[in-house]
Design a protein around this ligand. Structure first.
Ligand SMILES: NC(=O)c1ccc[n+]([C@@H]2O[C@H](COP(=O)([O-])OP(=O)(O)OC[C@H]3O[C@@H](n4cnc5c(N)ncnc54)[C@H](OP(=O)(O)O)[C@@H]3O)[C@@H](O)[C@H]2O)c1
Length: 343
């Protein structure tokens, strides 16, 4: 065990969040016990110690904890079982989503759950995945969600539950779109509704459906909400955002509010949530914006024929932001290069 002071501090922090229970004891053990040394003795000492802090574990037998105790990395290694890092990536059959899926699959011990909305997209993703050398123990699972109309969180959850995966470490909410990017005087109500469905409502409902799996992650889970600089109110350009811009602004609001819900004021980060602009990327969506904004660009004498960000740079940047994300990045609106954008 680590020092008595360390354990004492952790119990006090933990006590504020959960009622004392066997789960509480196990959590503390998983952080503070050396499982490979006299396990029963360690547990007995912990129970005695917790009882001295007014927790009543008098009826807890060390053996009952042993049966449900999680395996340590060393125990997993000895038994040959290593738990995979689990990513869920929405909208993953093409461009940025596909790039993220391929990059993750090449890493060892990763389970990538990719979502698509059609059989055609599923087949195309399966074909693309075959071309990637997979890391040891890594695998791809594909599930279907169509975000054109709200998918109830229960349905999101039950579809995921069929995969028999117990946790999620990173959720990348990448599916999105619904253009055109026109000025407010030309924005139609139906375009606004379609944009809100896929860009604002879907990320919220997917998060709600998968939240319990994220909170099972052994590390601090991450939610990466792929949004757009077009949704920035503070940095708005006069190029026209149709329903797309406002729907991204709402998505940003949701990302920031998820951060606030899961991050206490005392530094007890339970989940990291970031709104992430992927760059102005060389995909059909990025090119669509270049084409739509040509007349506005002419007015300010700005010449551009294609989006400035290469697809591979966007994908590697996004992956780096995810890998590097800590509590201090949570609740921020970042670019794929890790720079902060105004809300
Ligand atoms: N490219 C850029 O410059 C840029 C800039 C800022 C933000 N973004 C955003 O970043 C994300 C990825 O960009 P991208 O260029 O890779 O976009 P993309 O090529 O248009 O791909 C979008 C993905 O989202 C899926 N999707 C769209 N509507 C959906 C719906 N109603 N239900 C389920 N899935 C749906 C698409 O599936 P289908 O193939 O079935 O349509 C596709 O897999 C998107 O959210 C995009 O809006 C892109």
């Amino acid at each position: 065990m680590r020092s008595r002071d360390d354990l004492h501090l952790n119990v006090r922090v933990f006590k504020g969040i959960h009622a004392p229970s066997n789960g509480c004891v196990r959590h503390i053990f998983s952080l503070y016990s050396n499982w490979d040394l006299n396990l029963v003795g360690t547990i007995r000492r912990c129970i005695t110690f917790l009882n001295s802090l007014d927790h009543n574990f008098a009826h807890t037998s060390p053996q009952s904890l042993l049966y449900t105790a999680p395996a340590t990395p060393r125990q997993q290694k000895m038994s040959g079982a290593t738990e995979n890092t689990v990513y869920v990536v929405t909208g993953s059959n093409r461009n940025i989503g596909l790039g993220i899926v391929k990059t993750l699959l090449a890493r060892p011990q990763h389970t990538v759950v990719a979502t698509v909305r059609s059989e055609e997209a599923k087949t195309s993703l399966e074909d693309e995945a075959k071309s990637v050398p997979k890391g040891t123990g890594s695998k791809l699972e594909i599930i279907k969600y169509d975000f054109s109309t709200a998918v109830p969180p229960d349905q999101v959850k039950s579809t995921f539950a069929k995969l028999n995966i117990g946790h999620i470490d990173v959720l990348v909410l990448n599916a999105g779109g619904a253009l055109p990017l026109v000025q407010p005087s030309k924005t139609k109500a139906e375009d606004m509704r379609a944009a809100f469905e896929v860009n604002s409502i879907a990320p919220l409902l997917v998060f709600q459906g998968l939240k319990s799996y994220l909170l099972q992650s052994k590390s601090t889970p991450k939610v990466i909400s792929v949004t757009s600089a077009v949704g920035s109110i503070g940095g708005m350009d006069p190029f026209g955002g149709g329903g797309y811009g406002p729907s991204r602004a709402a998505q940003n609001w949701v990302a920031r509010s998820i951060h606030l819900e899961f991050n206490g004021t005392k530094g007890d980060t339970r989940l990291i949530c970031i709104a992430l602009h992927p760059g102005w990327v060389q995909t059909e969506t990025g090119q669509f914006a270049v084409d739509q904004w040509q007349s506005a660009f002419k007015a300010i004498d700005y010449k551009i024929e294609m989006p400035p960000t290469k697809l591979e740079d966007s994908v590697s940047g996004i992956i780096k932001v995810i890998d590097d994300a800590t509590a201090e990045h949570s609740g921020k609106f970042l670019t794929f290069e890790g720079k902060t954008l105004p809300w």
